[in-house]
Design a protein around this ligand. Structure first.
Ligand code: URA
Length: 246
């Protein structure tokens, strides 16, 4: 449906109007980064349109963010290796394709604080998965990420790791988190990074440093705003909106 009227836009409004990457740009990006998956637009465009909206309240924000998080988690699971065996339905036999790994062999690693928004949906899907947490915060003066805290399972090097952070801006925090995982013996090829909204700069940084990881994102924003390192049009501060600390 074409929508000519922009809700909330006034004639004297000086805010910029951002335009998303077109199909050609997206195809080019996916060609460049073969381990990048962008969720098909039709699954996400309504949900993302709601959560980007500055007027969306916390109830609708959480409801829609959780839906999008669930889609990313299901996409990550769809890429995990399956084993084929024969099972029986009430009517006969069929070829079953089930995950090669038990829940216990999967670890969700949250980059605090915003990554914790993924945990509710993650545990609904994989109730037996382990949860690791890494606290990395950006130093307001230097703009560089600093490491504060980690708690990871002892056997993480043998697990499939799903690293989660809703926004990928410069890639500084995610890069530091992956480095920590590698120091714990996790193989790059066993790491999948899930992020709701990303940008080309962050994607390029992560894939150049860690070419074997997989990244799944719902949308690639066109702009990374200098100085504040926010994505545009973006969502704003995801953690503040999801956790109600605005
Ligand atoms: N973190 C956020 O919450 N928003 C951004 O746009 C970038 C990083």
């Amino acid at each position: 449906i074409m929508c000519n009227q922009i809700r909330g836009k006034n004639d004297d409004d000086q805010l910029p109007h951002y335009h998303f990457l077109n199909d050609h740009d997206l195809q080019k990006l996916q060609k460049k980064h073969t381990n990048l998956s962008i969720i098909e637009r039709s699954y996400t465009e309504h949900i993302l349109s709601v959560i980007r909206d500055v007027q969306t309240d916390i109830v609708d924000f959480r409801k829609n963010a959780d839906r999008l998080i669930r889609i990313l988690i299901e996409q990550a699971i769809s890429q995990i290796e399956k084993k084929k065996h024969i099972k029986q339905s009430p009517l006969g036999y069929y070829d079953a394709h089930e995950l090669k790994f038990q829940d216990e062999e999967i670890c969700f690693v949250s980059i605090l604080r915003s990554g914790n928004a993924f945990l509710i949906e993650a545990l609904k899907v994989m109730t037996g998965a382990s949860i690791g947490q890494i606290l990395i915060q950006r130093n307001e003066e230097t703009s560089q990420p600093s490491y504060f805290f980690q708690k990871l399972p002892q056997n993480i090097k043998d697990q499939q790791v799903i690293l989660v952070d809703p926004m990928l801006a410069t890639g500084g925090s995610a890069s530091m988190a992956i480095n920590i995982l590698k120091h714990h013996g996790v193989k790059e090829e066993n790491i999948t990074f899930l992020t709701l909204v990303s940008c080309e700069q962050g994607l390029s940084k992560l894939f150049s440093e860690y070419p074997k990881i997989k990244i799944i994102t719902a949308q690639v924003d066109p702009i990374l705003l200098k100085d504040i390192n926010y994505l545009a049009p973006g969502i704003g501060d995801f953690g503040d909106r999801y956790f109600g600390t605005v």
